[in-house]
Design a protein around this ligand. Sequence first.
Ligand code: ADP
Ligand code: MG
Length: 143
Amino acid sequence: MSIERTLSIVKPDGVQKNLIGEVYRRFEQAGLRIVAARMIQLSQAQAEAFYAVHRERPFYKDLVHYMISGPVVVQVLEGENAIERNREIMGATDPKKAAKGSIRADLAASIEENVVHGSDGPDTARTEIGFFFAQSEICPRKR
Ligand code: ADP
Ligand code: MG
């Protein structure tokens, strides 16, 4: 295991349902540190670019529409095994299949409106962090 960074997003449904604190509480309780954070309204172009990997999927257009339906909160999480740890805290994409006690099992409405995004591997984490944050905006904590 090593100290990793990963990109997390509280999606528009999470912000709308006042779940920012609840999501952050779960990250912090799990020992992940929030080392950068910002609230933004994504443009259509930004949402399209961020999810470009899903361009050919049938749900792509809806996904972009959903992601620009309201503000999101983007954050960088840092900690031991942060990428996989965050995916565990989030739960599976479909809340019906997500592990009990995960964010999506407890708080998500559907496979689309599922409260959070999290990078799925080291390469995506690096790209996705760079999509939202300059190096100077990331504030590693004293250990
Ligand atoms: P994850 O967010 O768990 O990494 P994916 O990368 O597969 O999941 O998909 C990105 C996002 O697209 C999902 O979080 C969800 O909002 C949406 N999505 C994925 N699969 C579907 C689907 N079958 N129908 C509708 N929306 C979907
Ligand atoms: Mg994904």
